[in-house]
Each structure stands twice: as structure tokens, then as C-alpha cells.
Design a protein around this ligand. Structure first.
Ligand SMILES: [Zn+2]
Length: 151
């Protein structure tokens, strides 16, 4: 996202994770995760602003995805549902400003209801989609049996 951005644990700089993931938000706020979540629960303005600031790089990344792939829906997941509630309006605002005009309004940007299970639900959905779209061959493919369903 930003070559001069914050250091990411993957070794790169300016990754979306370094800008918008919960650990980055907690670090930017300057306290423990529990203190940050408590501050958000009481709508502390500094904590809210840290989350809102993350909406810009997240919105830019999503606008790029929309411009490249024309998805019908973008689902944002977080183990902390309150983060999604705070982020969504800002993300939608950034996307409206940056997505190609004819793409605007054609994509639903929604929050996941799955909380901490979102990753597992997403993985299971990929498997089910493959099995349902190719029921005769999905079980027979070697790559399917070895966990290569997403390929
Ligand atoms: Zn990274």
C-alpha cells in the first residue's frame, strides 16, 4: 500500500496489515489490546480516530480490488465487530472517492457476522463451492485431496 509505510511483520513496509490490522491499531493507540478495546467500548476519541485512520488505506485497497476485479460484494472481517461498525462508513467513503465511477454503487461492502470464525468459514466456503460446482470431479482430483482446492 505504501512503500514508506510502517514496518510489517512479514518484512515488507506499508502492507495493509501494518496499516489496518488490529495489532497495528493497538500499537498506534499505545496500550494493550484490552485497554484499546475498552477505550473503543467507551468511544474514546483517540481510539476511534486510530480506527478511522485505518479506514483510508483499507478503502484504497478495496477500491483497487473493485477496479481490478469488479466483485459484487466485499466482506470485511474482524474478530472485533465494533471495529467493522466504525470502519465501514469511512471505507465506503474512500471507495466512493476512488473506485472507477461506473463501479461505484455496484459493489456491496459489508461486515462479516462470523467474528473470530471468519477465516475458517471462508476456507470451508471455498471447499463447499468447489464441491458444489464440480461434484463429480472434486473428490477425484489429487489436488483436492491434498488440500489444493483453492488453486
Ligand atoms: Zn506485510
Amino acid at each position: 500500500m505504501d512503500p514508506e509505510g510502517p514496518q510489517c511483520h512479514c518484512g515488507n513496509r506499508g502492507c495493509l496489515e501494518a496499516a489496518a490490522a488490529l495489532p497495528a491499531l493497538v500499537e498506534r493507540w499505545g496500550g494493550t489490546r484490552e485497554e484499546f478495546l475498552s477505550a473503543l467500548a467507551r468511544e474514546d476519541s483517540k481510539a476511534m480516530n486510530v480506527v478511522l485512520a485505518a479506514g483510508e488505506p483499507l478503502g484504497i485497497a478495496i477500491a483497487n480490488l473493485i477496479n481490478l476485479f469488479s466483485p459484487k460484494m466485499i466482506v470485511i472481517a474482524s474478530p472485533i465487530p465494533q471495529l467493522i461498525e466504525i470502519l465501514l462508513p469511512r471505507v465506503r467513503q474512500v471507495v466512493d472517492a476512488r473506485a472507477i465511477p461506473w463501479q461505484r454503487g455496484r459493489v456491496a461492502i459489508v461486515g462479516s457476522d462470523h467474528g473470530q470464525r471468519a477465516g475458517m468459514v471462508g476456507a470451508a466456503t471455498l471447499i463447499l463451492a468447489r464441491l458444489l460446482s464440480q461434484p463429480r470431479t472434486a473428490f477425484l482430483e489429487k489436488s483436492c485431496l491434498q488440500g489444493g482446492i483453492g488453486r
